[in-house]
Design a protein around this ligand. Structure first.
Ligand SMILES: [Zn+2]
Length: 172
């Protein structure tokens, strides 16, 4: 039932859409992998924004973001995997809302603030230094990342749960 089988180098949302059939209905969904890649690109653009990082003090944040960008992407993918609708018997609404809170928590976790982390988090009790988090928060960069995640992923979470593991065959 794949209208498009993504192999990685497509840029447009339209190209990333897949058609899946579920319970006799047809859904057009974007694969979570593609959505995460799209989100990674927008965060990378933030990091490359030279007007944002014009003073020497800003370089610290920029470096921090550069260091953590892969972690942000990896953790985002994990949020989709752990909220895969195929592996849960909860109502869809609950899965979507869990996914959203996990996505919202990704930047917090990555920059060292674990108060909202679930059992997945292995750094909760060992990482107590909030310096990175404070730098990201006071610079406004944390908000900017949250905004991009909101726009590219949270806004689409309703459809993205259907293709969380990029394995829609399981739905058929
Ligand atoms: Zn954590």
């Amino acid at each position: 039932m794949h209208a498009f089988s993504g192999d990685g180098d497509s840029n447009t949302i339209a190209k990333c859409m897949e058609i899946i059939s579920y319970g006799g209905r047809i859904f057009k969904v974007e694969s979570a992998n593609h959505a995460v890649r799209r989100s990674g690109t927008t965060i990378q653009k933030l990091q490359g924004n030279t007007t944002r990082f014009s003073s020497p003090a800003d370089i610290k944040e920029q470096k921090l973001l550069k260091q953590k960008i892969m972690k942000l992407i990896k953790r985002t993918l994990n949020a989709f995997k752990s909220n895969d609708i195929n592996n849960h018997n909860q109502p869809r609404k609950e899965i979507v809302s869990n996914l959203i809170s996990d996505l919202r928590n990704v930047p917090n976790h990555v920059f060292g603030k674990h108060y909202n982390c679930g059992i997945f988090c292995k750094r909760k009790n060992i990482e107590t230094d909030n310096t990175d988090y404070s730098v990201m928060q006071s610079s406004g960069l944390l908000n900017a990342i949250q905004y991009e995640i909101g726009k590219t992923l949270v806004a689409c979470s309703n459809t993205l749960i259907w293709n969380a593991t990029n394995n829609p065959q399981k739905l058929l």
